[in-house]
Write a protein that binds this ligand. Structure first.
Ligand code: A3P
Ligand code: MG
Ligand code: MG
Length: 380
């Protein structure tokens, strides 16, 4: 049995004896071979406009053109007078992704029509951002998470629930923090244009309702995944490789002046950057390094596939394989746990730093998240 290569056996060893309702998050348990993660394939995309309206097309995609390595972007410009902020108190759950699924039944459905017991041909449907949280969990000792899971017609839908702590934090953000959040979006505006022929327009309004989202299919070990993530831009060269390889991720970070700052950047920031881009198959991150006052003084391209080498010099650093093996074990745990196939039942999985993942079950509760328009369409 020890020589058996199947992940199920290895997964069992991660459960706490006598507590099948828990999953350990200890990183030592996940240090083994990198699991199979298929290159994500784009199956479609959608856009959200300045009023957060859904469009089943790529109208919001933005175009990135390599420019000045030593710019002088003032990220605070427009914060007071050219900023429209999305209302974060509105919980959208999986709604836009579900809307995309209904608009693209032919692309995601199994070969049988509506009568099929599994009309959506995948094990999991979720947002890329939720998977990013799972990947970083073994290294996360500040923020917990809640993930609601509903099984419906054979597919597991995973949607985040805001924790009490996150809500309190959101409602008590300092003025400085709000301004710094704007910086990341302003950088996007400096770096990308609305079409391949034009140049970026830093004089425009930054509206965080707008989004371009790619939908991909992939597989992690024996888990088939269908998920969507926001994409910041694409290579404007029409000869660039097809999506998701032509996509880029934009990031800002404080400029690095000391070895300690470099080490922290590798150990904490690159973990989140890597997890986010790797999942969607985005190969390049364009990083803008800024001063304390929010002026970008350096722009560097970071190759996602090289991050695992860049961090190897750090002692006690995070490991991509731990991230992927933990995510895989969590998905196995969900498959074993979420057995009742019912759109009004939610299994709520919970993680708090230094703890195990645990769950509770809720029927017709505040946690139900599959909207009636989706359920009815699939019941047919
Ligand atoms: P930076 O990442 O450059 O700080 P993304 O990088 O995922 O495309 O997100 C764009 C910007 O949204 C971020 O830019 C940041 O300003 C803001 N943002 C994203 N996630 C956030 C979070 N959890 N809290 C606060 N701001 C966030
Ligand atoms: Mg983004
Ligand atoms: Mg970004």
């Amino acid at each position: 049995r020890n020589r058996h290569p199947k992940t199920d056996y290895q997964y069992d060893s991660r459960q706490i004896p006598g507590r099948p309702e828990c999953l350990s998050t200890r990183k030592e348990l996940y240090e083994r071979n990198f699991p199979v993660y298929k290159q994500p394939a784009e199956v479609g995309s959608f856009s959200l406009d300045s009023k957060r309206r859904f469009f089943n097309d790529s109208r919001q995609i933005r175009y990135y053109a390599k420019l000045d390595r030593r710019p002088n972007f003032d990220l605070t410009d427009g914060y007071r007078d050219r900023y429209v902020k999305r209302d974060e108190s509105v919980k959208e759950n999986l709604n836009h992704l579900l809307q995309w699924i209904l608009a693209n039944r032919a692309a995601v459905g199994s070969s049988q029509a509506a009568a099929s017991p599994c009309p959506i041909d995948t094990d999991f449907v979720t947002w890329r951002g939720h998977l990013t949280k799972l990947l970083t969990t073994p290294y996360e000792n500040r923020e917990g998470w809640l993930l609601a899971v509903t099984k419906f017609k054979g597919t597991l839908y995973v949607s985040e629930v805001e924790t009490e702590a996150a809500r309190t934090q959101r409602q008590n953000r300092t003025e400085k923090h709000k301004e710094m959040t704007y910086w990341g979006y302003k950088f996007e505006q400096y770096m990308c244009a609305d079409d391949a022929q034009s140049v970026p327009n830093p004089g425009g309004v930054v509206n965080t309702n707008e989004a371009f989202c790619a939908v991909v299919r992939t597989r992690l070990a024996d888990h088939r995944l269908l998920f969507s993530g926001e994409v910041d831009g694409r290579d404007k060269d029409p000869r660039a490789p097809p999506p998701p390889e032509c996509y880029i991720e934009l990031k800002t970070s404080a400029e690095i002046c000391t070895p300690k700052q470099r080490s922290n950047f590798h150990r904490f920031k690159l973990l989140k950057w890597w997890a986010q881009s790797f999942l969607l198959g985005v190969p390049r991150i364009i990083a803008g390094f800024r001063t304390q006052d929010g002026v970008v003084v350096d722009v560097e391209t970071i190759s996602v596939s090289e991050i695992s080498h860049i961090i190897k010099a750090e002692r006690n650093c995070w490991k991509p394989t731990v991230c992927m093996n933990f995510c895989c074990a969590f998905l196995s745990f969900v498959k074993r746990t979420v057995t009742e196939d019912d759109p009004s039942v939610v299994y709520l999985f919970s993680y708090e730093p230094y703890g195990d993942v645990t769950f509770t079950v809720h029927r017709d509760s505040q946690y139900s998240f599959l909207p009636p328009w989706y359920v009815e369409e699939l019941i047919g």
